[in-house]
Design a protein around this ligand. Structure first.
Ligand SMILES: Nc1ncnc2c1ncn2[C@@H]1O[C@H](COP(=O)(O)OP(=O)(O)OP(=O)(O)O)[C@@H](O)[C@H]1O
Length: 322
């Protein structure tokens, strides 16, 4: 029964030498809990009931400090790790219920995973790295080689296809890693801090490549990041802290246009203005409560929302050196 839900995705016949045939899937995460047991009865609760939805074809970011659970969350969505509790659906596929055999198929056909550390095989050239997932997927050689070339061209590396990872810059290695993730034309791309090792210019280029997969090709893209400058490039930002989603924003809530590519000084100015308006709204809310215009519940709900927004804005300012 479960196998049937994967049938569509595990057919190598759907892979073509060029282009993307497959659009994104909805991702639905419900009350996800992950507890790591680290011996002697000690437990680490990495996720404490995380729920959120990503629409098919949407690009979102998960933002949060180190240790907040970003990698754990992506690993569970990506079928690399199993949850302790809760559910994850990719379209109709109940990822949390898949056994090892089906998870392997799911990882090959449904998920393209981009890691922080590029994760390329050092002894293989760029093109051979891109071919690997297609070999595992049993894509015929003629299609495989041409698709690998096409994908490397797509990520702007047509002149580097025979280079080994060590002969490429960090930004170029991450481009190859994106081509690897796209090899089997997956509907869902997960990227775990894909820009952590890169300078700002390369980080923004890689982010654009990933976000464009959603905008131009309808893929579902989930990017985890520490960096608010990256986060604001997606359509929505989920803020994860201590294993919980504590807020959800649109870049416009933070005063930034969805595809804003402004200079960093401009961004700081915009965010300072937005911060001032959020602080003003908080003051007004306090006044309304004092004047008896709103109930305590309503105050709590609205004040907390503003507070999370304020914290996110302050974090962006800090990362911009203000
Ligand atoms: N395999 C594991 N065994 C035990 N604890 C783990 C394991 N993996 C992660 N953790 C713990 O779970 C929590 C969340 O870790 P996770 O790696 O998901 O966070 P993160 O937000 O991705 O952090 P970073 O930004 O530093 O990569 C942390 O407290 C971490 O120490």
């Amino acid at each position: 029964m479960l196998g049937k839900l994967l049938t569509e995705w595990i057919n190598p016949g759907r892979i073509e030498a060029e282009g993307y045939n497959v659009k994104g899937l909805d991702i639905s995460v419900n009350d996800l809990v992950k507890i790591y047991k680290i011996g002697r009865g000690i437990e680490v609760q990495a996720l404490r009931g995380v729920s959120f939805n990503v629409l098919a074809g949407e690009a979102v970011t998960i933002m949060g400090p180190s240790g907040s659970g970003k990698t754990t969350l992506l690993n569970i969505i990506g079928g690399v790790d199993k949850p302790t509790g809760g559910t994850v659906f990719a379209g109709k596929i109940p990822v949390h219920e898949l056994d090892e055999d089906m998870l392997e198929k799911y990882r090959l056909g449904v998920i393209g995973y981009v890691f922080q550390t590029f994760n390329l095989i050092p002894v293989l050239s760029a093109i051979e790295n891109v071919e690997l997932p297609m070999i595992a997927f049993r894509v015929p050689r003629s299609i495989r080689v041409n698709r690998a070339k096409w994908l490397l061209e797509e990520v702007g590396l047509s002149g580097r296809i025979h280079h080994k990872p060590t002969e490429l810059s960090g930004g170029e290695q991450q481009r190859v890693a994106i081509a690897v993730a796209l090899a089997n034309d997956p509907p869902v791309i997960l990227a775990d801090e894909p820009t952590a090792e890169l300078d700002t210019e390369n980080a923004l280029k890689i982010t654009k490549l990933l976000v464009d997969l959603s905008i131009k090709h309808g893929k579902t893209v989930i990017i985890s990041t520490h960096d608010p400058r990256i986060a604001v490039r997606a359509s929505r930002i989920f803020r994860l802290e201590d294993g919980r989603i504590i807020g959800e924003y649109k870049p416009s809530d933070l005063g930034v246009k969805h595809e804003g590519r402004g200079k960093e000084e401009d961004l700081a100015e915009i965010i300072k203005n937005k911060l001032a308006s959020v602080e003003k709204a908080m003051e007004e809310l306090v006044k309304k409560l004092k004047d008896g215009e709103i109930s305590m519940e309503e105050f709590d709900r609205r004040y907390n929302k503003l507070r999370y927004q304020m914290e996110a804005l302050k974090e962006i300012l800090r990362s911009l050196g203000h």
